[in-house]
Ligand binder design. Structure first.
Ligand SMILES: Cc1cc2nc3c(=O)[nH]c(=O)nc-3n(C[C@H](O)[C@H](O)[C@H](O)COP(=O)(O)OP(=O)(O)OC[C@H]3O[C@@H](n4cnc5c(N)ncnc54)[C@H](O)[C@@H]3O)c2cc1C
Length: 455
């Protein structure tokens, strides 16, 4: 192993922490930099620009959302709130003693490959050199704002600025965008605003947090032995049984099967629609002073618009082509590793139809295996680089996703588990073993439920 081999991890949210643990386990030296004063990333409301709002909860369960070998506390509810996730991430950093290699309050200004090594410039101008860079800088820091014809005379904010429903009191509110944050915010507004509207570009499936008494992601796992198309049809029937005909709330009938878009795990919004406190609308057509005109010709007087229109996925301090995406959408091997230069990876640049942390662990372990082979001058490193560039090992699953920027970074849990297994076998790399990943003080902790990756 080369003695001077060193990696730079940028960011200490969940993705960066998972990567740090992976590198430690493989004996690879690294430095980690975080611009904020503590770990936690988006889950820390004190991290400037964090999109976390007071009512935010996970949409994946504590059982499916934990890092490998580090279960969430048994006393947590099925769907932990943002303060609990922040506490969990901090206890993870402490349990694996990850803080000692993190330099806080230090933003990275640039990372450039020069003469085979990475030149990384810190916020204070200091320059350091590394053999690899991991941008674990998150997907939710660069708000995407839509542009509509006309002018709006009321107040308009991006959802990343929303914290609590006091701002809605007495107002007529329009939330644009029906991702999980948009639907949560619309449900918050429905309880406090004078009137709330939710504009949706297309019709979506609303998945209850519990299905027949079982958390939705665990219920979905029970059907995972069947081919994806069958799972999708069965899920459609189950949702019809549970939610009935959603068009009676003014919603359109979904034009795609469940799992063909990121799930909206929220039925509070349906309840508010049934109460008449939340009115679904189609896409916005134009803005006219204090009115919003919709594609179906209807118009509403609006005081405040919340644009829950997502984020641009980028790494502003590095060459955009590393993400292979002309600066916006990423196309990374296993949603993590740059096809242009595999010594650069973007940990945490993945969204998945379930808890994402165990997949951070899986994908980051692949990165760590590669770095170890590279540091040891093993011919496996070159073999892996060839695989990365080949386009093999697709993790999106056999699902045709609806067109949306978020689906460029989307992965399917079972397909990801299968592909990781297949890749590791091809590379001769050891699979992750949950019991070997426990923190020293946690050796008796119960492991999280394991995904059974079918061949
Ligand atoms: C409302 C909401 C609900 C969610 N629910 C779920 C859920 O149910 N299940 C699930 O699995 N996931 C969920 N997520 C996804 C969530 O993003 C992930 O859980 C995860 O925490 C993201 O971790 P990350 O490390 O990739 O990014 P982040 O948490 O964004 O961390 C990135 C870190 O990098 C730092 N940074 C950025 N740029 C620089 C720089 N130039 N220099 C130094 N540091 C930098 C930032 O300060 C930050 O600390 C949810 C997200 C939101 C917003």
């Amino acid at each position: 192993m080369r003695q001077d081999f060193r990696i730079c991890i940028i960011g200490a949210g969940a993705g960066g922490l998972s990567m740090a643990r992976a590198l430690r386990r493989h004996g690879i030296a690294y430095d980690q930099f975080e611009r904020h004063s503590d770990v936690g990333g988006v889950w820390d409301q004190k991290n400037p620009g964090s999109p976390m709002y007071d009512s935010a909860h996970m949409i994946s369960t504590k059982t499916m959302s934990a890092f490998k070998g580090f279960p969430m506390p048994a006393e947590y509810p099925d769907y932990p709130g943002h303060r609990q996730i922040l506490a969990y991430l901090r206890s993870f950093a402490n349990a694996y003693d990850l803080r000692r290699d993190i330099t806080f309050s230090t933003p990275i200004k640039s990372a450039v490959k020069e003469d085979g090594r990475w030149t990384v410039t810190l916020g204070d101008g200091e320059v350091r050199h590394y053999d690899g860079v991991v941008a674990a800088t998150g997907l939710a820091w660069h708000p995407r704002m839509p542009s509509y014809p006309g002018d709006f005379s009321g107040e308009a904010i991006h959802s990343s600025k929303y914290k609590s429903p006091d701002i809605f009191r007495g107002k007529r509110v329009l939330v644009v965008g029906a991702g999980n944050s948009g639907v949560d915010i619309a449900a918050d507004a429905a309880r406090s605003a004078a009137k709330t509207f939710l504009s949706m570009r297309r019709a979506y499936h609303f998945i209850p947090k519990h299905i027949f008494g079982m958390p939705a992601d665990i219920f979905a796992l029970t059907g995972s032995v069947f081919p994806m198309k069958i799972q999708q049809y069965v899920f459609a029937v189950v949702l019809k049984l549970l939610n009935g005909d959603v068009t009676r709330h003014g919603l359109r009938k979904p034009d795609h099967l469940p799992l063909a878009s990121h799930p909206i795990v929220n039925t509070a919004a349906l309840l508010h629609m049934a109460h008449g406190d939340l009115t679904p609308k189609v896409d916005v057509k134009r803005l006219e002073a204090n009115e919003v005109v919709f594609e179906d010709g209807s118009r509403e007087e609006i005081d405040m618009i919340v644009y829950a229109t997502g984020y641009v996925h980028k790494v502003p301090f590095a060459d955009p082509d590393l993400l292979n995406n002309s600066g916006e959408e990423s196309n990374l091997f296993m949603r993590t590793i740059s096809r242009k230069d595999p010594t650069f990876s973007a940990a945490g640049f993945v969204e998945i139809n379930g808890g994402v942390y165990q997949f951070y662990d899986e994908f980051n372990d692949i990165v760590a295996n590669y770095y170890r082979d590279l540091a040891g001058n093993s011919p496996r490193a070159a073999k892996f680089e060839e695989i990365v560039r080949s386009g093999a090992y697709d993790v999106s699953g056999n699902v045709s996703y609806v067109e949306s920027p978020r689906h460029h970074v989307y992965a399917n849990v079972l397909q990801s588990a299968r592909q990781v297994k297949k890749l590791k076998r091809a590379m001769g790399w050891k699979r992750l073993v949950e019991s070997e990943m426990r923190a020293p003080a946690e050796t008796s902790a119960k492991p999280a439920i394991k995904l059974q990756a079918a061949e």
